[in-house]
Design a protein around this ligand. Structure first.
Ligand code: FAD
Length: 472
């Protein structure tokens, strides 16, 4: 029978069961520990368990289940909707679990469940190797991986989930299982796109690929007045590009940094950015036409260490600001879709808002829709609307602008959302249905088998299929 806990009880009782620290509302570190990357998120858990190991994870999960408390899982804390924290429940915080070990013989990297991409790159990049992950080093590996994972080298090496070899998972009943192609294969299938629905991943193993240490990074900014011409030209040039070339077209504002002439700082621009994952010496030639789509404001393209490229965007996505993001896959990037993107971007309420169209395809689309839970990969283009602002009084305007843009884009949408970016879970059910499509029933069966009571539900939630029971 679940018991009601006073806020101070939960942390005290849980602390008796784990090695790591447990922070309740009375703890001096509580407010810092409940904060996540998105400054809009303000939730008050009963207890935050800083897990030292998988045993702590299992103990915290069992505790939440025993007391029928909401359960949140925290990796890098970068989920835009703030799903890493909950009100009146238990946070399983894996941020102390960040070990990374490279296994060159297997061609994989073993990553603890709370590691960030910076932790991984620090181990792999000096060896000229990389696991395809996020483009901001502070994002968590596991949170990003479970919903897909689009990297700078995604067209050559696929999504992060395409490189998942195995995962150690603590289930809702506290048991730990290993999921791979041979062990718990249905769970392994579901983890590759199904998000945090099935348990807590305490460790995963990812395939690594030769890349760097030096790479050619493309980064050219044109006047925003040329946005239509530049985005159309970029689209046409990259349509037949080799897999080594992964790019995006974007509308943003130039940063206020000394490296730029004063007149350009803060100016809106249309950009073409990306990575040539082939020989860096070929990068200049391969990207030349992309750097001449109009007269550039500034062209910062060149050869850089991969690890540096991976950290270069960090300052532009600081923790504590206000963020509301949405991303959808486009069936086509026809001229009218470019027109919509440019027109809406011109009206964005905040100059800090980024609108970016990622070129996908390549290795991503060579994986069949049924092979992973991620589903359909046929779209070549992902439109991401990343509203970013500072003042709480501007919330309504920025959220309304994002939603209106999203609605206006629906004629070009494949119906599939990229689940790593949604800023709130408010219309989750419809998006889960349209995004997983044919795979949803299978996901619901795996959910019923591994989390029949839907304990892991602070996510793009998959409701367990009815009438099915746990598998051994
Ligand atoms: P958290 O908020 O800690 O976790 C998010 C959710 O993931 C949790 O609520 C839980 O459901 C699940 N989860 C996390 N860890 C575990 C675990 N160990 N076991 C089980 N479930 C877990 N995405 C891309 O694909 N490519 C990018 O380049 C990229 N760049 C980004 C840059 C920024 C600045 C931000 C904010 C996001 C970016 N994202 C990117 C999106 C990112 O993948 C998601 O926000 C993701 O949820 C972040 O994972 P996290 O561990 O940091 O988040």
């Amino acid at each position: 029978m679940p018991s009601r806990l006073l806020s101070s009880d939960a942390a005290v009782l849980l602390a008796e069961r784990v090695r790591g620290d447990v922070l309740g509302p009375d703890h001096p570190g509580y407010d810092a520990a409940r904060r996540v990357w998105n400054g809009m998120v303000d939730r008050r858990p009963l207890a935050i368990t800083r897990c030292a190991d998988a045993h702590d994870v299992a103990a915290a999960v069992r505790f939440a289940v025993e007391h029928d408390l909401p359960l949140a899982v925290r990796g890098g804390g970068h989920n835009v909707a703030g799903t890493a924290v909950c009100d009146d429940g238990v946070v399983v915080d894996l941020s102390p679990m960040r070990d990374v070990r490279l296994d060159t013989a297997r061609g994989t990297v073993h990553v603890a469940g709370g590691a960030t991409w910076g932790d991984v790159d620090a181990v792999t990049a000096p060896q000229g190797l990389a696991a395809p992950g996020g483009v901001v080093s502070e994002t968590g590996v596991t949170g990003l991986a479970l919903s897909g994972g689009v990297s700078h080298q995604r067209r050559r090496d696929g999504m992060t989930i395409d490189n998942l070899v195995s995962a150690q998972v603590v289930l809702a009943d506290g048991r730990q299982v290993r999921a791979s192609a041979d062990e718990h294969p249905e769970l392994f299938w579901a983890l590759r796109g199904g998000g945090g629905n099935f348990g807590v991943v305490v460790a995963l193993e990812l395939r690594v690929h030769p890349l760097g240490p030096e790479v050619f990074a493309l980064n050219v900014a044109y006047p925003v007045a040329d946005a239509r011409r530049v985005l159309r030209g970029w689209r046409d040039l990259v349509a037949g590009a080799p897999d080594e070339l992964t790019t995006a077209g974007l509308i943003w504002s130039l940063p206020d940094v000394e490296a730029l002439p004063a007149a350009l700082r803060g100016a809106p621009y249309v950009g073409v950015a990306g990575l040539w994952a082939g020989d860096p010496d070929d990068g200049e030639r391969v990207t030349r036409a992309l750097r001449r789509l109009a007269e550039p404001l500034v062209d910062l393209s060149g050869v850089v260490p991969y690890a540096e490229l991976q950290r270069s965007l960090d300052p532009y996505f600081p923790a504590g600001r206000r963020y509301y993001w949405k991303a959808l896959y486009l069936s086509t990037l026809a001229d009218d879709a470019v027109e919509l993107t440019v027109g809406r971007s011109e009206q964005r309420p905040s100059a800090d808002t980024l609108v970016i169209i990622r070129h996908c395809g390549g290795a991503i689309s060579r994986v069949g829709a049924g092979e992973t839970a991620f589903g359909d990969r046929s779209s070549e283009w992902m439109l991401s609307i990343d509203a970013t602002w500072s003042a709480p009084e501007d919330d309504d305007e920025n959220i309304a602008w994002t939603r209106a843009f999203w609605d206006a884009a629906s004629p070009w949408s494949t119906g599939q959302t990229y689940f790593n970016f949604p800023g709130l879970l408010e219309d989750g059910e419809a998006e889960v249905r349209s995004s997983y499509g044919a795979g949803l029933d299978r996901l619901a069966r795996v959910k019923a088998a591994y989390d029949p009571d839907n304990r892991f539900r602070l996510n793009q939630n998959i409701v367990p299929a009815e009438g099915l029971s746990r598998v051994p």
